[in-house]
Design a protein around this ligand. Sequence first.
Ligand code: FES
Ligand SMILES: [Fe+2]
Length: 355
Amino acid sequence: MTSIVRDQWYVAAYGHEIAPRDGGGGTAFGRTICGEPISFWRTSGGEVTAMSDRCVHRRFPLSQAPSRLVADTVVCGYHGFTYGADGVCVAVPGQTRVPRSARLRRYPVVELDGFVWVFIGDPDRADAGSVPRAPWLALEGWTTVCGMEPLAARASLLVDNLLDLSHETYLHGGYIGTPEVAETPITVDVDEQAGTLRVSRHMADAGCPPFYARSTGITERITRWQDIEFTPPCLYRLHSRVAPVGVEPNADGSDPDGFHVKVVYAITPETETSTHDFWAVARDFALDDTSVSDYLRESNRTVVRQDVTALDVLERVLASEPDGYQELSIDIDTGSLAARRLIARLADAPIDSDR
Ligand code: FES
Ligand SMILES: [Fe+2]
């Protein structure tokens, strides 16, 4: 049984990964989402179009050279079948009649907040208004660094990982982890109607890890808030606030002396057992300081790779074990267990207690 929620928007790419068509040529961008190979390209008007990455003739990938883009069509590199932006074949070699069935499956696409979202599943259920938001990534007053790491592990392992940040203390010590993260209890709040989840950990007096010391310049101990907002199955935002110990927001909610970071993850299944791990870090300070951007990009990439290494190991462990083993969960797992329940509800599947 699949564990992937199918009638769902997923992040397929950053907008900047799909090149503008200034010269009219180029090659489509290919990526497998939820087991489906998809090619993406921009029309001359700049809109992203998404369609099956397999030519209907002999299945050659349309994102792979010598397949190429010509004006607002994609020409298969094997025998020249040519498709428009609507996926309909407009020309075949050696005959004028184009078979009526010569059309590629199209996918609904929305470009928002710097992400290209694609709808997998029944296109009639694609409501562009339901795409979850991460506005800071494209908002004035914020500076963002981002990347994507391929994960050779199922998406549920990344959900578990992100919803239980106690692992920062152990897996990311020296980067973002300090003892206080694992020591401080969490609160979990599920919005059953919206199907969303919040997990909060507020540390009143904590060590300042290098990730924040080097980016903010704070050298003493900090008040550190981690407020996670998760829209299952695929968009995770960590609202992080750091300030010198005792510095709180004002009563009206303004917070001029706090440093704010939004850590955004888009969790997109590539297959049942591999995942695209999109990560972005947006900050509201040192906006034009490229050394801070360089540091946060490298540091966060290192942190993500530490997770990737651990989760790749876990995937191999799971694959080698018989079904039905019993996990042991404790208080720190409350957030990830709630996320599993919400995702199972979306998938209309039993709760994945043994994955
Ligand atoms: S495989 Fe595409 S034209 Fe033959
Ligand atoms: Fe991590």
